[in-house]
Design a protein around this ligand. Structure first.
Ligand SMILES: [Zn+2]
Length: 255
């Protein structure tokens, strides 16, 4: 008697939870298969700020370079007309920029979140390159957000250190490539592949660059599409790099 009472009282919740699990798994499968739109994979839960970073490159346009280090409130990013840029990118193939969501529980990050909240209606602030490095060099691993922010911090670190310490950068990009499996991290994947290959080519590690390109090709098969999949231009960049590597030519393409 008691058992059956307990069962009927609990089961609606249990059914609801199981239902959610099924929906979530179905959603994950749909995203992985590239059937969900870009806006849907922007999971804003647990995110207190978005940082836009642009790898330093000579051929990056001035509009995109100026946006490096901008930090946005999640409510700002959620706006329909949101763009991290003030203006439009000047290149026919858009410059590469990466929007990284963080909770930011460590000291330096809390300071940034505070400044951001004080920005009021504007909804964004700008960090200098030095301030970005101070942020990623903080004790983030000791903070409550270590797990939530790990992939994001490695992405920021990789971008900030490209010109200063290539090992830090390649390690960071590799980490993203190996570990980004959750939906909210998928948009970091293509940039990580593109930058890692470029750094490997520049430092003459051709074999390894080819390996990474092959992993990129098998991870993003051409017959599939999705919001986190490479654009046609990005696929072309990789294709050109691959053929230059196979021909033993020096690298001329960047992204
Ligand atoms: Zn640009």
């Amino acid at each position: 008697m008691f058992e059956s009472f307990e069962f009927t009282a609990v089961s609606p919740y249990l059914v609801a939870i199981l239902g959610l699990v099924v929906v979530w798994q179905y959603y994950q499968i749909q995203v992985m298969a590239g059937r969900v739109l870009a806006v849907d994979i922007f999971d804003r839960s647990g995110i207190r700020m978005y940082i836009y970073v642009v790898p330093e490159d000579d051929d990056c346009c001035e509009v995109c370079s100026a946006a490096n280090g901008r930090v946005f409130l999640p409510s700002h990013v959620a706006k329909k007309e949101f763009s991290p840029l003030t203006g439009t990118c000047r290149r026919p193939v858009p410059c590469l920029g990466i929007l990284v969501g963080l909770y930011g529980g460590w000291l330096e990050a809390r300071g940034v979140v505070e400044r951001l909240r004080e920005s009021g209606k504007k909804g964004w602030i700008q960090l200098s390159v030095e301030e970005l490095r101070v942020l990623v060099n903080g004790q983030w691993e000791m903070s409550i957000s270590a797990e939530t922010d790990r992939i994001g911090v490695h992405t920021l670190e990789a971008v900030c250190y490209e010109k200063i310490n290539q090992v830090v950068s390649t390690t960071g990009y590799r980490f993203v490539i190996n570990e980004a499996k959750e939906v909210r991290h998928l948009l970091l994947l293509v940039p990580a592949y593109l930058r890692l290959v470029l750094l490997l080519v520049r430092s003459g590690e051709k074999e390894e660059a080819l390996n990474v390109i092959e992993r990129f090709e098998s991870r993003f098969p051409t017959r599939r599409r999705g919001p986190h999949f490479p654009t046609r231009e990005q696929r072309n960049i990789m294709k050109t790099r691959k053929s230059l590597l196979l021909e033993g030519q020096p690298e001329h393409v960047s992204a």
